[in-house]
Ligand binder design. Structure first.
Ligand code: NAP
Length: 298
């Protein structure tokens, strides 16, 4: 008797946005046989041509309606600022019973914008894979991106549990660990773990760029002494990060206020020569790094 390949989890999956995250998930789905057919939509034909050339999608169109109408799962993988607009565009064409999910780095604002547009006949499972690089576009995608990383789902009270479990299973097959969280809590946690570090990196690199030309050259030459890691983070996509800060404003401003106060305290310790204060602070923060290594998130 010949072995039959197992049924994929989804017949047709539609990706709206096929950049770093969309392309990586599509490639992971292909590798693990999760979809019968993968379709992609984006704004630019050039993006879709690249996705087709690289075998990320089986078919593609700039016409969103065409892409979503037969989809069992629609993954919205655009910058968070346009998720509401995308939800309004796809809403009239969604198949009843379809699952709609997203990967946006902010959850409160995305849920507010998408929920208002989506019909009750579909299940909305908001999500955020905590994985990424400083690169964008379909060429940046790779199937292993989510392996060993967390994916946070922030379902709504009305989201059917079965749909949440299917999306969770998809991320587990892509190699992720899955957690569920309240959207507001997600946005507070990400404000400190991801959004503030990006803002700091953008600031430091900007400060260095504004220094005099003589110092600027040395900054590049000696960047390995610490600056280099900030330049990698500060090379992240400008549109994506503009949208993150505009859409997680309250949580970012709250954590930025605390950060500014802590920075002022360290500034005072340096000015007053309070070595004990500095050493105590640095010893405490060193333990955090050890915790991250132990949690295999280094
Ligand atoms: P990306 O590489 O820049 O890709 C964005 C994609 O969205 C492109 O295919 C773009 O198409 C498409 N797009 C933009 N506006 C659109 C619109 N109005 N209608 C249809 N398609 C549109 O971005 P990414 O890094 O994959 O990020 C996508 C999402 O993942 C964001 O919400 C981000 O917050 C989240 N995320 C990112 C990371 C990360 O590290 N990068 C990590 C976790 C989550 P065109 O090329 O045609 O413009």
């Amino acid at each position: 008797m010949s072995a039959t390949s197992p049924q994929p989890m989804f017949g047709t999956v539609a990706f709206i946005g096929i950049g770093l995250i969309g392309a990586s998930l599509a490639l992971a789905m292909k590798r693990h046989g999760m979809a019968g057919r993968i379709l992609a939509a984006a704004r630019r034909q050039e993006t879709l041509d690249t996705a087709l050339r690289l075998g990320i999608a089986d078919d593609a169109s700039t016409d969103i309606a065409d892409v979503v109408k037969d989809a069992d799962l629609v993954m919205v993988c655009t910058p968070v600022g346009v998720c509401g607009e995308v939800a309004r565009a796809i809403a009239p064409f969604l198949k009843p019973g379809a699952i709609v999910s997203d990967v946006g780095s902010v959850k409160g604002a995305v849920i507010r914008d998408m929920k208002a547009a989506l019909p009750p006949s579909v299940a909305f499972v908001p999500g955020h894979p905590l994985a990424g690089t400083e690169f964008s576009g379909p060429e940046a995608g790779f199937a292993e991106l989510f392996e060993g990383r967390w994916c946070v789902l922030t379902p709504l009270p009305e989201t059917p549990r079965a749909a949440v479990e299917i999306v969770a299973e998809m991320w587990r097959k892509a190699g992720s660990n899955v957690d569920t969280m309240d959207p507001e809590h997600h946005d507070q946690v990400l404000a400190i773990t991801s959004h503030l570090p990006h803002l700091i990196a953008y600031t430091i690199v900007g400060t260095a760029v504004d220094l005099g030309t003589d110092i600027k050259q040395e900054v590049i030459k000696y960047s390995a002494s610490g600056f280099r890691d900030f330049t990698r983070i500060a090379a992240s996509d400008p549109v994506m990060w503009r949208d993150v800060f505009l859409n997680n404003r309250d949580a970012v401003l709250d954590v930025l206020q605390r950060f500014t106060e802590d920075l002022t305290a360290l500034q005072r310790a340096i000015r007053r020569g309070e070595g004990d204060t500095l050493e105590r602070h640095f010893t405490r923060t060193r333990a955090i790094r050890r915790g991250i290594i132990d949690a295999k998130q280094a």
